[in-house]
Design a protein around this ligand. Sequence first.
Ligand code: 6R9
Length: 661
Amino acid sequence: MSSHHLRHVESMATLPSGAGSIPRLNAVILGEALASEEDDLVFPSHDFSRQALVPNPQKYLEMYKRSIEDPPGFWSEIASEFYWKQKWVEHQVYSENLDIRKGNINIEWFKGGTTNICYNCLDRNIESGNGDRIAIYWEGNEPGLDATLTYTQLLDRVCQLANYLKDIGVRKGDAVVIYLPMLMELPIAMLACARIGAVHSVVFAGFSAESLAQRIVDCKPKAVITCNAVRRGSKVIYLKGIVDAALVESSQNGISVDACLTYENASAMKREATEWQEERDIWWQDVVPKYATTCAVEWLDSEDPLFLLYTSGSTGKPKGVLHTTGGYMIYTATTFKYAFDYKPCTADCGWITGHSYVTYGPLLNGAGVVVYEGAPNYPDPGRCWDIVDKYKVTIFYTAPTLHVTRYSRKSLRVLGSVGEPINPSAWRWFFNVVGDSRCPISDTWWQTETGGFMITPLPGAWPQKPGSATFPFFGVQPVIVDEKGVEIEGECSGYLCVKSSWPGAFRTLYGDHERYETTYFKAFPGYYFSGDGCSRDKDGYHWLTGRVDDVINVSGHRIGTAEVESALVSHPQCAEAAVVGVEHEVKGQGIYAFVTLVEGVPYSEELRRSLVLAVRNQTRSGKIMRRILRKIASRQLNELGDTSTLADPNVVDQLIALADC
Ligand code: 6R9
């Protein structure tokens, strides 16, 4: 770290009186006991802080304090910046019971208010004169293949699809499963559902037919939206085939889906080569463009469901995390704005990946997003940076790869990291090399369940410590408890819980409120339990230490032990299985399986491999294996670990060659 990034602590030494001890940023602000640890602190540059939304710790503390002491005032002020058909009940900004001992768990925000998140993403920005601003930049797998949509064009497309969905009978409250790769049609489909009050459930287009079927059976969608195929790197993945298999499996479980809207992704596969079922399958291009480009908005209650997103649990089937309309809208908009210090700019703004933060957070803020179809290392490892330069991306939120210095990256302002604890050396590499020691890193801790960032740096506000997610976002009260559920103060480590609700909290697990209560609210009554371990240092910084329950976090991918066990026992030669997570130097955690074979079956290397394959086929997440890139980048080639679950394991050798290791 060079000295010009170290701002003098004295310049921040005025703490507003009464800021109290929430959170304990005081030592840092006051410069107490910092001398010996100065090297651990990375200060935002003067230039960055000066123009940041939250330019110093005092401002953060002031806002944070208000968010905790007066949640209704704090959140209704923010919510008023959005469009509400009808305002929420004034004295009831939120109501909650998070204490299982006092009855059912219940969280409600902006009750009685009616709004629509699609309207707030699109119509509102267009009405304020920004219709010609680019909303989505799309970059195809093949360099040179790209497209853009302005806010106005995006609204037209969304309305056409919304009208089509209504025409085939999709109504408010109906589920729609979206199994699409990173095409523009993915956010279009999400927004179209939101516009008419249908509940979208996006299934990652890398999940197997079994996983897709499981989700279809659980949420019983009126329609499935997919595309015929996608190109990732040099591979073509035949998605429609996976959907066909999933629909067969679903119907065997009593759930039949009437409509499968299929986008012809012609650059990957021609429609002639696609398997087809006339009465069920429809080409997107044949029907959707015929519909009107305006579609009336369905005004929804704040607590009407917006989407379902399945995530792994420690037992049983995946959990359908349910998010509702009003609170989620306000929370994603606000976390995006502050954690990435987003300000509307006339230059092109963009960003790369994420679920809530691809569509809702950025569009609610009038930002432009880059949707990239392909693999991050195709045709070469510089592709991400090529995209950054091409679109003048300011916020980059994904896995860092290689060959950075050939590209300018001048447009970058903030880097984001998510999914697993980032270790201090990876942090420094991201900061020094990718961000040229210029861009703050937002190491955002959150979960599918939390709807948005929970513990995250506000990039201009205070010094960072490499590897720490720093302090809570506005309105979030993280607590660390011991095994008995007693809050521990000061420097400590234990179980990470959250006291009281925040607007983006999930409201239930679809169809299983009891499981919601048991999984998240029973372990430590009175609190939401995240399942993560965490320690807090003497300056109040938070350090996430990984999962403490039966969910294994392998390189950022949440895998339930039960999921792996059921994959194993589905193998004809496996009678029983028990799975545990073991500490793994490279992956954070690795999977260790004990299996009992069917009587008479001898154990062999071949059998072992076919068991591993069964697990892989049924649990693969398709997440980028950042830990491998990290090892290549830091030249630790003998520590690459298992590369076999990569979509294309050969890529590792190519990367090593390119990195001149
Ligand atoms: C957003 C997302 C959630 C789990 C979470 C934790 C881990 C996420 C992290 C992090 C350390 C971070 N996690 N962000 N650990 N530092 N910045 O990844 O959601 O897929 O539901 O996973 O990921 O263990 O509990 P999800």
